[in-house]
Design a protein around this ligand. Structure first.
Ligand code: CP3
Length: 353
């Protein structure tokens, strides 16, 4: 599947994460590559709730492998959700199609924190088992494990569901900092346990999703959020796998997000990769940043954008091609397939220019 990169790394994705791919093939995968855009996903999920599907290792393995088979992407991402370990920890949560996570009793007081129980390694045995099943089928293609970062998890818990302005979350953060830090410490433990279970099952890289951190001012990010994400990434470092740190609208936060302990900084579509790379410096690889809203554009226009992302990414010591956020449910899978072919056909030559 993947060509060999210098240094004996058999995965071009892992080589890029470690900034060791030089002029080798550019790896590509897509956030939310598994999911509703795939008819084979809709078929296996029929009649099964999202969170129920995540508890079944056979289904998790099948759904994780679907986009790898279809597209020949350079990495698989574990099929689950950022809310799964919180549900295991005792939080009443449902995932409502078209909306996202909805929390039965939002977290607003010290007493509410007691409903987030610390996880034992045994609690996530189903996660480790699913990762093992996936890795047994993947061959050289690496599995990426993931978790939600403390801020993004906290935003759902405090708001009770998706939010536009995160007003309650921010009010709690600045108004009750002790409660906020207590909450985030617990969430960092949950995230780290979820990542550790996936790595124990064979995941060879992880991505920490702080999808909504871009709502924060830089100073608030550094003071209230970065230490908790750093705590998660610190524990990942001890597991010996590279970490990608991603958020939407985080152009102003790239430097502190990288400094939290990432190997790869995830970039949405608002900042070009060369600029992102200049901001974080040569110690980090970059991942992103094709605008998912452009997937419906005519192919020649979209192909030019793919090439532009490759050119900009070539300025970084490591480039993982991806979208700037997840695959939308109405994306045409054939278009994603063409993007994979184009990145594989042109990426290496563009890096050598
Ligand atoms: O392919 C993959 O990327 C792996 C699977 C994955 C899912 N969720 C599956 C899923 C991953 C990595 C996630 C992470 C996740 N979940 C994030 C961070 C990534 C991001 O997009 O920023 C966030 C914020 C969530 C919370 C969440 N869960 C949302 C916002 C939604 C979408 C709600 C909707 O219906 O529009 C979900 C549900 C969800 N997670 C689905 C999938 C495949 C759709 C559920 C369905 O099929 O009904």
């Amino acid at each position: 599947m993947s060509s060999r990169a210098p240094g004996g790394e058999s995965s071009v994705f892992l080589a890029a994460c470690r900034r060791a791919h030089h002029d080798d093939e550019v790896p590509v995968w897509f956030m939310r590559q598994a999911g509703r855009s795939l008819p084979e996903y809709r078929a296996v999920r029929a009649g099964i709730g999202m969170l129920d599907s995540c508890r079944r290792p056979d289904l998790v393995a099948e759904i994780t492998l679907q986009p790898v088979r279809r597209y020949g992407v350079d990495a698989a991402i574990f099929y689950s959700d950022i809310m799964v370990p919180l549900a295991v920890a005792g939080v009443g949560v449902d995932i409502v199609a078209g909306t996202g996570p909805v929390i039965a009793q939002p977290v607003r007081t010290a007493a509410d924190l007691e409903r987030i129980r610390p996880l034992d390694p045994d609690d996530l045995g189903f996660v480790e088992e699913a990762a093992r099943l996936i890795v047994a089928e993947l061959g050289d293609t690496p599995l990426i494990g993931f978790a939600g970062a403390p801020f993004t998890l906290a935003s759902y818990l405090v708001e009770g569901g998706p939010s536009r302005d995160y007003a309650r979350t921010k009010a709690l953060m600045v108004g009750r900092p002790e409660l906020w830090h207590d909450l985030c410490r617990r969430l960092a433990d949950v995230s780290a346990a979820f990542l550790a279970a996936q790595v124990a099952g064979g995941a060879r890289a992880v991505q920490l999703f702080d999808s909504w951190a871009g709502a924060l001012a830089v100073a608030d990010y550094v003071r209230y959020v970065q230490p908790h994400s750093a705590a998660v990434l610190h524990r990942v470092r001890r597991l010996g796998v590279p970490a990608i740190h991603f958020g939407v609208g985080t152009g102003e936060l790239l430097v502190p997000m990288a400094a939290a302990g990432a190997d790869v900084i995830g970039v949405d579509w608002r900042v070009q990769l060369a600029e992102a790379s200049a901001r974080v410096g040569p110690s980090y690889a970059v991942q992103g940043n094709l605008d998912p809203a452009l997937l419906g554009a005519p192919w020649p226009v979209l192909a030019d954008r793919v090439t532009a992302v490759l050119r900009s990414g070539a300025e970084s010591p490591g480039h993982v091609f991806n979208l700037g956020h997840g695959v939308p449910p109405d994306a045409d899978p054939d278009v994603l397939g063409r993007i994979v072919e184009l990145v594989h056909a042109e990426g290496a030559a563009i890096r050598r220019e």
